[in-house]
Design a binder for this molecule. Structure first.
Ligand code: ADE
Ligand code: ZN
Length: 341
C-alpha cells in the first residue's frame, strides 16, 4: 500500500467535511428562483430580469444589502416556496461537503406580510428533514430582527412556540449599529429558560462593546461575525479563554465593505489568537459564493495553509450544536480526509 498522495489545497478545501453555522436561508435565494417564485405567486419585482437584479448587488454597507434582501423575500408566500428555497441550499451545501448546517431564518420578514409562522417553519423544516437522505444534518435557528422592537420579538417567539421542536435556537440579525444586543435582554433570557441555544450577530459593523454585550447580557454561545473583536485585546482574550466560537463570513465582509480586500481579512489573526473561528457563507446568493467559495477565495488571498484548513473544519464541528456523539462522528470523517485517522 502506498500512502495517498497529498492533495492540492483547493481540492482538499472543497472535499473536506465541514459544518456551516452562519447561513441566512433567505440569503440563499438565487435570482433565478426568485423570478420563478415571483411568477408562481403573481408578485411583481422591481427588476426587469435576472441580469438586472444581479446588477443591483453592488453594496456599500450592511443596510444597502438588507434593503434589497428584504425586498427579495417578498416572493416567498407558500409553504412550498420555503421548501424549494431551503432544498436548493441544502443540495448546494451537500455538494460542498457540508455534513451539518445550522440555518437562520427571519420569520418577521414573512409574518409582517401576512404569511403564517406555520407556513414558514413548515416548509423549511420539511426540507431539513429531507436533507437526511442526502447525508446532511440540518437544523433551524430563528432570528429576531434587531431593527424591530423587543415587543415584536416576544410576539414572534409566542407565534413560534407551537413549533418549538422544529428549531434549536434563536439568533439576532439585521441592522446592527444603533441596535445593541441589550435591547433584547429579556427575550433572550426567556429563550434561555426555554432551553433554546443562543447566538447573535455582533461585531460585524458594530463595535467590540456589542460583542461584550452579546456575551454578558444575552449570554450567547456563539458570536456571528465578531470580526471587530480584534480591536479589543481584552475581548480577544475572553473569546479565546471561554472558547466562544465566531462564525466568520469572509465574502460577506468583502461585499459589505467590512474589509477593503480579502487579503486584509483578519481570519488568520483570529486563529493565531487562539479563537474558535469558522468559515461560513452568510448570504451566498448575494455575496458571490457558497461555503467552499468562501474557503477557496480566502485561502488564496491570505495564504492560509493545510493546517488552517483542518483547524477551521474541526472548529466548525466543535462550534456546532450537534450532540457529542455526532460531533465525534464528523471529526472522525474529517480525520480520514486528512489522513490523520
Ligand atoms: N441578515 C442577513 N444577512 C445579514 C448580515 N450579514 N448581517 C446582519 N443581518 C443579516
Ligand atoms: Zn449573517
Amino acid at each position: 500500500m502506498h500512502p495517498a498522495p497529498p492533495r492540492p489545497l483547493p481540492a482538499l478545501l472543497a472535499a473536506m467535511p465541514k459544518a456551516e453555522l452562519h447561513i441566512h436561508i433567505e440569503g440563499s435565494l438565487e435570482p433565478e428562483l426568485m423570478f420563478r417564485l415571483a411568477q408562481r405567486n403573481g408578485v411583481r419585482l422591481p427588476y426587469a430580469s435576472v441580469e438586472d437584479l444581479r446588477k443591483a448587488y453592488a453594496f456599500s454597507n450592511l443596510q444597502s444589502f438588507l434593503d434589497i434582501y428584504y425586498a427579495g423575500a417578498s416572493v416567498l408566500v407558500k409553504e412550498e416556496d420555503f421548501y424549494d428555497m431551503a432544498w436548493a441550499y441544502l443540495q448546494r451545501a451537500r455538494h460542498d461537503n457540508v455534513l451539518r448546517a445550522e440555518i437562520f431564518f427571519d420569520p418577521q420578514t414573512h409574518t409582517a406580510r401576512g404569511v403564517a409562522m406555520e407556513t414558514v417553519i413548515g416548509g423549511l423544516y420539511r426540507a431539513c428533514q429531507d436533507a437526511h437522505n442526502l447525508g446532511l444534518d440540518a437544523e433551524l435557528i430563528l432570528c429576531f430582527l434587531r431593527h424591530l422592537s423587543e415587543e415584536d420579538a416576544f410576539d414572534t417567539l409566542e407565534q413560534a412556540l407551537p413549533f418549538r421542536d422544529r428549531f434549536i435556537g434563536v439568533g439576532l440579525d439585521s441592522s446592527e449599529v444603533g441596535h445593541p444586543p441589550e435591547k433584547f435582554a429579556r427575550v433572550f433570557a426567556r429563550c434561555r429558560q426555554l432551553g433554546l441555544h443562543l447566538v447573535a450577530h455582533a461585531g460585524e459593523e458594530g463595535p467590540p462593546e456589542y460583542v461584550w454585550s452579546a456575551l454578558d447580557v444575552l449570554k450567547v454561545e456563539r458570536v456571528d461575525h465578531g470580526v471587530q473583536s480584534a480591536k479589543d485585546p481584552a475581548l480577544m482574550k475572553r473569546l479565546a479563554q471561554d472558547r466562544i466560537p465566531l462564525t466568520v463570513c469572509p465574502l460577506s465582509n468583502l461585499k459589505l465593505r467590512v474589509v477593503p480586500t480579502l487579503e486584509q481579512h483578519n481570519l488568520r489573526a483570529l486563529l493565531d489568537a487562539g479563537l474558535v473561528a469558522t468559515v461560513n457563507s452568510d448570504d451566498p446568493a448575494y455575496f458571490g459564493g457558497y461555503i467552499n467559495a468562501n474557503f477557496l477565495q480566502t485561502f488564496a488571498a491570505t495564504g492560509l495553509d493545510v493546517r488552517h484548513a483542518y483547524l477551521l473544519a474541526r472548529n466548525s464541528f466543535e462550534a456546532s450544536f450537534a450532540e457529542p456523539s455526532a460531533k465525534q462522528r464528523y471529526i472522525e470523517r474529517l480525520d480520514v480526509e486528512f489522513n490523520t485517522a
